[in-house]
Ligand binder design. Structure first.
Ligand code: HPA
Length: 232
């Protein structure tokens, strides 16, 4: 048991999917895993373990933002021996990204101060695990998904009022979300594998947004992509 995860060692698989929303974790467990058992209810941040095509896998909600995700990911790596963590989330599309596209995140720029606290002021470059990234790209291509591979930005503020989007677009960044720089940096600290895959749920410039029903079907393609990439 840890402070935030009320499970025993062994209750959580070596491979974990990480949606922000704990109800999404439940939906993934119900729709994609066999024999899923709920191992965590602390703060209603649900976590489940089951199997996918015979492979043990867990799905754990992380909450929103780097501070919340960092708590869960630290405990999963430090106390539950998780080896592979794949964030499955949504992002705001910028640059060439369109609504419903899938972004496979090579790297996460950030305006969060947390990485600098870890490195003592140095700008660490949070990057995905190459093998997971390569697997996801190969599968996305084979499935004919609308996907991009490139950088995203992990922002501290959802309702950001700075000119960050102009700067990030000029640097070729594809999407905005709030967690991945934390995930990639903590994975580096623990020498574990991490990847973020996100679907574009809203387009920042045009304010287009997906309906709940559309989100579910694009989310399904992303979950299958993440599970196939994990066990390829
Ligand atoms: N900004 C930050 N995070 C997000 C967004 C956004 O527009 N959409 C989904 N996650």
């Amino acid at each position: 048991m840890t402070v935030h995860i009320g499970a025993q060692r062994g209750d959580i698989a070596e491979t974990v999917l990480l949606p922000g929303d704990p109800l999404r974790a439940q939906w993934v467990a119900q729709n994609f895993l066999e024999g899923a058992v709920k191992y965590n209810t602390v703060r209603n941040m649900f976590g489940f373990t089951g199997t996918y095509k015979g492979n043990p896998v867990s799905v754990q909600g992380t909450g929103m933002g780097v501070p919340s995700l960092s708590i869960y990911v630290h405990e999963l790596f430090n106390d539950f021996d998780v080896q592979t963590a794949i964030r499955v989330g949504t992002c705001g599309g910028i640059g060439t990204s369109k609504l419903h596209d899938i972004i496979i995140a090579m790297a996460a720029s950030t305006d969060s101060g947390i990485n600098r606290r870890i490195t003592g002021g140095l700008d660490f470059a949070p990057i995905a695990d190459f093998d997971l990234l390569a697997n996801a790209v190969e599968i996305a291509r084979a499935r004919g998904l609308n996907y991009h591979v490139g950088g995203i930005a992990t922002m501290d503020r959802f309702y950001d009022t700075s000119n960050a989007v102009d700067v990030l677009e000029s640097l070729g960044v594809l999407g905005l979300e709030m967690e991945t720089s934390g995930l990639y940096t903590i994975a580096a600290q623990f020498n574990r594998k991490a990847l973020t895959i996100c679907t574009v749920s809203d387009v920042i410039r045009t304010h287009e947004a997906t309906t709940a029903q559309e989100r579910e079907s694009t989310f399904s393609a992303m979950i299958e992509l993440a599970l196939e990439a994990a066990f390829k």
